[in-house]
Design a protein around this ligand. Structure first.
Ligand SMILES: Nc1ncnc2c1ncn2[C@@H]1O[C@H](COP(=O)(O)OP(=O)(O)OP(=O)(O)O)[C@@H](O)[C@H]1O
Length: 273
């Protein structure tokens, strides 16, 4: 096992919009490098304005998008070499996504437990002694729910916050080492956001899972993150531990972060989300 969980090295992604010859080139991500330490789970917040390249970076880390240049290694393995079904499944064991809209993550016509049992069957070896019901219930309990509460229910019967918890429970069924959460609280009622963000802290501390928290919400990023990486126009303009970015911001966007977090109404909002 490598000491470096994730190694993102000089990664860029350029999209071509329109025809291949006449098209406009969009540099969505430019030359981004950072690492996550395998021995010290952490929450890394990737923040930036809309269009700054956060989602494209997250999709490359999830191996959904291929970089135009640069290299991503997970536990020492180059993501570019993970193409076959078995290797993909092994990668998905370790790296799980959480997306913005939990209502889009589940088919409204299917009961929620179907997803959980399907995922359980997919990831858990048939040789395991743990009964599927127990495994699913345990995963739900880690996010403050239970199988009893979720059983027989359809997605629309839960709040956005509860449904995002179910999505996180489903991600936990594979025992991931890294969760990539792209705007996981932006569609959730403000009063429920803090519980999801606090859940990330518990996953880091109790289960040793590292979390990449992609957001444009400065206040929750500062509240939850160990480290913050600020993106603008595809590039990382500043990164460091959350306190340093807040107390000694170098870039105008980081100063906005400080101002947003220090303004009393925003600070109160962060405390109440
Ligand atoms: N598949 C694609 N084809 C063409 N351009 C794309 C594609 N995906 C993203 N882009 C462009 O790349 C840039 C970065 O987009 P990206 O979604 O990564 O930013 P973001 O910071 O996540 O924004 P948001 O906060 O709005 O989600 C934008 O200009 C976007 O329009």
């Amino acid at each position: 096992m490598s000491d470096v969980l994730l190694d993102v090295s000089e990664v860029s992604k350029t999209f071509v919009r329109g025809g291949l010859l006449s098209g406009r080139r969009i540099a969505a991500v430019r030359d981004v490098s950072f690492r996550l330490d395998a021995r010290r789970p952490e929450i890394l917040a990737v923040i930036g304005e809309t269009g700054s390249g956060k989602t494209t970076l997250a999709r490359m880390i999830l191996n959904i998008e291929t970089p135009t240049s640069g290299r991503l290694l997970f536990d020492g393995v180059d993501l570019a070499t993970i193409r076959t079904g078995a290797r993909r499944l092994a990668f998905m064991h370790d790296v799980q996504p959480i997306f913005q809209n939990p209502f889009e993550a589940f088919n409204p016509l299917k009961r929620l437990e179907r997803y959980l049992f399907m995922t359980q069957r997919r990831f858990v070896a048939s040789t395991t002694q743990v009964a599927p019901e127990t495994a699913v219930d345990e995963a739900l309990r880690k996010v403050g729910l239970s199988l009893k509460e979720v059983r027989h229910r359809y997605p629309h019967e839960l709040s956005g916050g509860q449904l995002q918890r179910v999505a996180i429970a489903r991600a936990l069924l594979s025992n991931p080492r890294l969760i990539v959460a792209d705007e996981p609280v932006s569609m959730i009622d403000a009063s429920l956001r803090i519980s999801i963000v606090n859940l990330f802290k518990a996953l880091r501390d109790d289960l040793g899972i590292s979390i990449i928290y992609v957001t444009h919400d400065l206040a929750t990023a500062y509240y939850v993150a160990d480290r913050i990486m600020i993106m603008q126009n595809g590039s990382v303009v500043e990164s460091g531990d959350a306190k340093t970015i807040l107390t000694a911001p170098q870039q105008p966007y980081s100063r906005q972060l400080r101002d947003a977090v220090l303004l009393p109404d925003v600070a109160n909002r962060a405390a109440s989300v």
